[in-house]
Design a protein around this ligand. Structure first.
Ligand code: ATP
Ligand code: MG
Length: 238
């Protein structure tokens, strides 16, 4: 995969863990409990992608699909300033779309295909992937339909990532489970469809105060290593 490129997370330890950063032509999943920093990392990546290549970016724009209304422009301003970008320009380079339901979420991504090249979009963020699907197709009786729709959506994301050589990042919730999953009494939502759809799966967990621990799971190619980072005013830092 020669033309694959990387977007730096802005955290050296995390980039090393990922083997260079967030990859294009791939889907990276961010999973972890509430407040762990999934949305913070999405904000940071939407800024990092704009940097020139020698600073870890792809000189590109981001499409930010927000399903939970947690996008905060003022956070982008803080992160952009720290990374040496003009904050207003950084905001203009994030194409923001609020997705009101799962169908809307899919339509936004489908429509986005028309502008990826002309706008120079190099990153698509979906925060979060499954929340709408879970709310709209609750319970066992809707499971098959939910998973089928989710599968369709992830397939669409994979095709776009590959065709346009861009990075796709989505966040995922954890759900409680009776068995222990990688040392956690929780597992990612979305079941097998999400597990197989994501190229890379990054598990985030809380440590002391604003410190967080990241680990790649479900990957035969990555070491069982962990990376530490912290969440600060300036964004995510080593
Ligand atoms: P959810 O599952 O609820 O969407 P999440 O994983 O997306 O959770 P975030 O919203 O990304 O969680 O993280 C919130 C956390 O980020 C806060 O609890 C705080 O620790 C940290 N944080 C947010 N803004 C700042 C800031 N300006 N300075 C320092 N830390 C911050
Ligand atoms: Mg969030």
């Amino acid at each position: 995969r020669r033309s694959v490129k990387y977007i730096s997370t802005g955290v050296k330890a995390l980039d090393e863990l990922l083997g260079g950063g967030i990859e294009t032509r791939a889907i990276t999943e961010l999973v972890g409990e509430f407040g762990v920093g999934k949305t913070q990392l999405c904000h940071q990546l939407a800024v990092m992608v704009q940097l020139p290549e020698d600073k870890g970016g792809l000189r590109g724009k981001a499409l930010y699909v927000d399903t939970e209304n947690t996008f905060r422009p003022e956070r982008v301003v803080q992160i952009a300033k720290y990374r040496g970008l003009d904050p207003q320009e950084a905001l203009r380079n994030i194409l923001y779309a609020r997705a009101y339901n799962s169908d809307h979420q899919m339509i936004i991504v489908d429509e986005a295909k028309k502008i990826i090249d002309s706008e120079g979009i190099r990153l698509i963020v979906i925060d979060s992937l499954v929340a709408h699907f879970r709310a709209e197709y609750p319970g066992r009786e809707n499971l098959a339909e939910r998973q089928q729709k989710l599968n369709h959506f992830i397939g669409q994301l994979l095709r776009i990532a590959d065709l346009y050589n861009i990075a796709v990042v989505f966040t995922n919730q954890v759900i409680a489970q009776p068995d222990v999953f990688f040392g956690n009494p929780q597992k990612p939502a979305g079941g097998n469809v999400v597990a197989h759809g994501a190229t890379y799966r990054l598990w985030l967990r809380k440590s002391k105060e604003n410190t967080r621990i990241a680990k790649i799971f479900d990957s035969p190619m990555h070491p069982e290593k962990e990376a530490l980072f912290r969440i600060a005013e300036e964004g995510l830092l080593d």
